[in-house]
Design a protein around this ligand. Structure first.
Ligand code: ITT
Length: 196
């Protein structure tokens, strides 16, 4: 099976091909097809956004299309920043801006439990869409730790290892990431429904 992966992020494409490539799935990127367009992620849930993206690419190419949406959900903030993770501090916000705002909003807050969430949507047609979710539990630190990663990694403590995601090698992080869990669930669903 050939899948178009609706991202031009090489890190995501590598991670997806590690998990799905071994099941007889060939991945094609928009770059390889010479395609580029922006899809407005106007949904209120990760599932809605991932589905909007996967469907838009499916309509444009006629191919099965895989898209994801992910973000950080903090319990004490009612699940924020959630689908607004990339633009928590505004449309032009940098990771540093978003992290500063998160720390400010959690000043003096004791319950700092949080999770990274990722939803994968695979659209075969508008009537045939599979979605799976992966989550990864953690605790928001009171200040940044580590230099690796991106986004909220330096503030996200993995309680099991005692390291922030930014203190892990890419391999260590990917082994437990929300994206990996969503992808493994997708691989299992494709197998159990006889599609691969
Ligand atoms: P696309 O172009 O593929 O849409 P994106 O940068 O918008 O990539 P996501 O929708 O996957 O990325 O993630 C939205 C935001 O959630 C991202 O900008 C980060 O702030 C945060 N985030 C998601 N996954 C993360 C991770 O593994 N580590 C740190 N922050 C993460």
């Amino acid at each position: 099976m050939k899948l178009l992966v609706a991202t031009s992020n090489p890190g995501k494409i590598r991670e997806i091909s590690e998990i799905l490539g071994s099941c007889g799935i060939t991945l094609v990127s928009p770059d390889e097809k010479g395609l580029a367009f922006d899809v407005e992620e106007g949904g209120t849930t990760f599932a809605e956004n991932a589905t909007i993206k996967a469907l838009a690419w499916n309509r444009a190419t006629g191919m099965p299309c895989l898209a994801d949406d992910s973000g950080l959900c903090v319990d004490a903030l009612g699940g924020a920043p959630g689908v607004f993770s990339a633009r928590y501090a505004g449309h032009a916000a940098t990771d540093a801006d978003n992290n500063s705002l998160l720390l400010r909003n959690l000043e003096g807050v004791e319950d700092r439990t949080a999770r990274f969430v990722c939803v994968m949507a695979l659209a075969f047609s508008p009537e045939d869409i599979l979605t799976t979710t992966g989550q990864c539990e953690g605790v928001i630190l009171t200040g940044p730790r580590g230099e690796q990663g991106f986004g909220y990694d330096s503030l996200f403590l993995d309680p099991g290892s005692g390291k922030s995601f930014a203190q892990m090698t890419p391999e260590e992080k990917n082994a437990r990431s929300h994206r990996r869990r969503a992808l493994m669930a997708l691989r299992d669903l494709l197998k159990s429904t006889g599609r691969i």
